[in-house]
Design a binder for this molecule. Structure first.
Ligand SMILES: Cc1cc2nc3c(=O)[nH]c(=O)nc-3n(C[C@H](O)[C@H](O)[C@H](O)COP(=O)(O)OP(=O)(O)OC[C@H]3O[C@@H](n4cnc5c(N)ncnc54)[C@H](O)[C@@H]3O)c2cc1C
Length: 414
């Protein structure tokens, strides 16, 4: 075993190789936590299995809620990200081919926007650049965490980096290592949930006419069809369909696929051209039985996963980040051990129920709309009528979608 990391950024630990917080996983959620702790006085190490180039190259797009924007602004990183992403000012919900849709506008919340759409590359790049300027966060890229030993006073993290096995110590390990979370599995934390009968086909398109910064959720009996407006008058499409149908969509040649797409897309934006490859994602709902153990906390997809309808998954992870950062900083100010279960339970109590509520919301939304059974068609028509005609109902739905319902973290209030 070799000694200490030759890290990519400067090693800030007061005692070399000893940190307050070791974050495993440098996706959007893990990187955001490192950013949130940058000026906290805690010594932080962020380990990611991928090289920076590989991490940035992911072809994913996120609907970003107003709350996530506020949290990233509170962290101080939003100015780097906002100019590289798009802002949307209208959401349209429709049910099959029924003519009446529901239109959400910023005026419904007395605001000037309803959310953002970000590609993975500028979002992660903004976060990582913010860390590059830090003396208190050490980023170790291409570092695969292999084992964690949880001792009484600290955890020992063993990882593989540049052909060598290395170790470091931390008072607290945070698992931000994604849905399959090897850290969660190795810690013996069980999960509950299910795989959906649907998969998502995602891709980008370039429409003939302006997308006018409108986000669409078109519910169909086979699954939701979402269109998110991107910079450069491109759109990201998330086409949810039963597995067989999704695989058939992937197998179509470009001409046949474009024809099917145009039918589903509608005529609002004229003719659409494909502007990327197609990617297939299975869909899953998952909630970890526990978010914390002594010296361990789970955040982001390591703690929970939800159906992509409504674009909530990463946003929930950013709310975890704000909650955990607040709990850790307050414990540090009171001189408490940040890895103690008593401290970490405050984070779990805050986030577990809120996440479950959104997981349930996305599940109900998908099941309610993904079928043609007439009692449910009737029920959802009543629901959509309520959204159109009853402003308080519309306000609550919009506050839920934008993240403004529920406990607001300090970072979003600053
Ligand atoms: C089709 C689809 C559409 C979606 N749309 C949206 C949307 O519009 N809005 C939204 O908010 N969410 C959306 N989501 C959900 C969103 O993609 C996830 O919630 C989010 O990517 C989770 O981020 P994360 O950082 O927790 O995990 P990940 O992005 O999975 O990152 C995990 C990181 O951990 C690293 N890692 C793993 N193992 C190790 C190890 N042993 N050692 C070191 N590093 C390790 C990996 O390299 C990776 O960088 C969507 C999901 C799908 C499938």
């Amino acid at each position: 075993m070799s000694s200490l990391p030759q890290s990519v950024s400067a090693n800030p630990a007061a005692t070399p190789g000893h940190y307050d917080v070791a974050i495993v996983g440098g996706g959007v959620v893990g990187s955001a936590l490192a950013c949130a702790l940058r000026d906290s006085g805690l010594q932080v190490v962020l380990l990611d299995a991928q090289s920076r180039e590989a991490a940035l190259s992911r072809q994913q797009v996120y609907a970003v809620t107003l709350l996530t924007g506020r949290i990233l602004e509170g962290i101080g990183v939003w100015d780097r990200i906002l100019p590289r992403i798009n802002t949307f000012r209208q959401i349209r919900l429709s049910d099959g081919d029924r003519p009446a849709d529901v239109r959400f506008l910023p005026q419904d919340l007395n605001l000037d926007r309803l959310g953002y759409v970000a590609e993975h590359t500028p979002l992660l790049q903004g976060l990582r650049e913010f860390l590059d300027k830090s003396d208190t966060v050490c980023c170790i890229e291409s570092a695969q965490v292999e084992e964690i030993d949880y001792g009484r006073d600290e955890a020992t993290v063993t990882y593989h980096h540049q052909g060598q096995t290395r170790q470091l110590q931390a008072q607290l390990v945070v698992a931000a290592d994604g849905g399959r979370s090897p850290v969660r599995e190795a810690a013996g934390i069980s999960t509950r949930g299910w795989k959906y009968w649907q998969s998502c086909v995602t891709f980008k398109v370039k429409p003939e006419k302006s997308h006018e910064d409108i986000a669409y959720e078109k519910f169909q009996a086979s699954g939701p069809f979402a269109i998110l407006p991107l910079p450069g008058n491109r759109c990201n499409v998330v086409w949810t369909a039963p597995h067989g149908e999704a695989q058939a969509l992937m197998a179509l040649d470009e001409v046949a696929f474009r024809e099917r797409l145009q039918e589903r897309f509608g005529s609002e934006m004229g003719r659409v051209e494909l502007a990327s490859s197609r990617y297939l994602f299975p869909v899953q709902l998952m909630q970890s039985d526990r978010y914390v153990k002594p010296r361990l906390a789970l955040i982001g997809d390591a703690a929970h996963r939800c159906h992509p309808v409504g674009g909530q998954g990463m946003n929930l992870g950013i709310r975890d980040v704000a909650a955990l950062a607040e709990v850790l900083q307050s414990a540090q100010q009171r001189g408490q051990d940040i890895g103690a279960l008593m401290v970490l339970k405050r984070y779990e109590r805050w986030r577990k129920l809120e996440n479950l509520t959104i997981l349930g919301f996305t599940d109900v939304l998908d099941r309610l709309f993904s079928n043609d059974w007439w009692p449910l068609v009737l029920l959802r028509q009543v629901g959509l009528w309520g959204l159109r005609r009853l402003p308080p109902v519309k306000g609550i739905a919009l506050r839920l979608m934008t993240g403004l319902l529920g406990r607001q973290p300090q970072l979003a209030r600053d």
